[in-house]
Design a binder for this molecule. Structure first.
Ligand code: SAH
Length: 293
């Protein structure tokens, strides 16, 4: 197969014009771009990510990539599904890396598209290292990660100066599928807000370890599943009830534990928009501190 220039149809010129106006880098043949698609809402792909989709000749995309954004691809682009869900290796990591290298060596513009941000619990680093070892030039295009953007769509700011000056991101899924061997006391004590990825399978253990390490059982917690993608489901609960709640939630889901969850009562802008939810002006009961009027 050869990868000569493919004519760009009219509707794709918009993406190209935007790229030119912003002076975005050319996607050169023989390169791999490793890009994040954002958590689900196609509007959350970056401009550079959209440019990459529009220019690529081969796109290897993950299960968590919203297929809607692939509409930006050239009609003749080769779209390869490289999905892995829930730890089931439907496409092996080594096969994905090999495929990227093989297409790049044939002179294709190769896009590796991942959900969220490619370097956040997404094995983007591993794939980029394989490219580096193979001498294949690559660029990394960051994306909106689920643990930040997904929470924002649930009306939960990942930081807020009245609730947390730090946040910790944790994966519930180690390389062997078990809960990672972290210093759980340090995790529990290290920051007021904890955000967990890939935590549904080990929700019980996670909550128990945090409680054992001294986190308050009544602390607010939320589970945001299918964040930003139209199927978004937000459950507000407590640390004690987190694992019970997790049993009735679909993947993918983010857990957030901390006082910042309370802000949702004032900031659930999507609930206000879609369901007419009335937002509390002062969810923390301390408006006087921060009023600008
Ligand atoms: N690189 C991705 C994370 C990949 S790990 C990112 O930056 O977002 C996969 C985990 O991400 C899922 O198990 C889940 O915890 C989280 N996730 C990804 N998309 C999500 C979504 N739309 N809603 C909720 N969680 C999501």
């Amino acid at each position: 197969m050869s990868f000569g220039p493919i004519p760009i149809p009219q509707e794709h010129l918009a993406a190209r014009r935007l790229a030119e106006a912003l002076g975005l880098p050319a996607f050169d043949p023989g390169w791999v771009w490793l890009a994040g698609s954002g958590p689900g809402d196609p509007g959350l792909v970056t401009v550079l990510g959209a440019h990459a989709i529009a220019e690529a000749e081969v796109i290897l995309y993950d299960a968590l990539v919203n297929a809607a954004i692939l509409k930006l691809a050239r009609p003749k682009a080769e779209l390869i599904y490289a999905g892995k869900r829930g730890g089931k290796a439907s496409t092996k990591q080594s096969d994905i890396s090999r495929t990227l290298v093989a297409y790049a060596r044939k002179g294709a513009r190769v896009l590796r598209l991942k959900g969220g941000d490619p370097f956040v619990f997404g094995r983007g680093g591993e794939e980029a290292l394989t490219l580096a070892r193979a001498g294949v030039p690559f660029r990394v295009v960051p994306g909106v990660t689920a643990g930040i953007g997904g929470l924002a769509y649930a009306g939960i700011p990942v930081t807020h100066r009245d609730t947390n000056h730090a946040v910790t991101f944790v994966t519930g899924h180690g390389a062997d599928g078990n809960l990672p061997a972290l210093d759980w006391t340090a995790v529990a004590k290290g920051s007021p807000t904890l955000v967990f990825y890939m935590a549904l399978a080990h929700a019980d253990e996670i909550a128990q370890k945090l409680i054992d390490a001294g986190r308050d059982t009544n602390e607010p917690a939320a589970i945001v599943s299918n964040a930003t993608d139209g199927e978004q489901d937000v459950r507000v609960t407590t640390l004690a009830r987190l694992s019970e709640e997790a049993k009735t939630v679909d993947a993918p889901a983010i857990f957030v534990i901390g006082e910042n969850v309370r802000l949702r009562e004032g900031l659930d802008w999507l609930g206000a928009l879609n369901e007419g939810r009335v937002l509390k002006p002062d969810p923390l009961g301390r408006a006087k501190l921060r009023d600008v009027s």
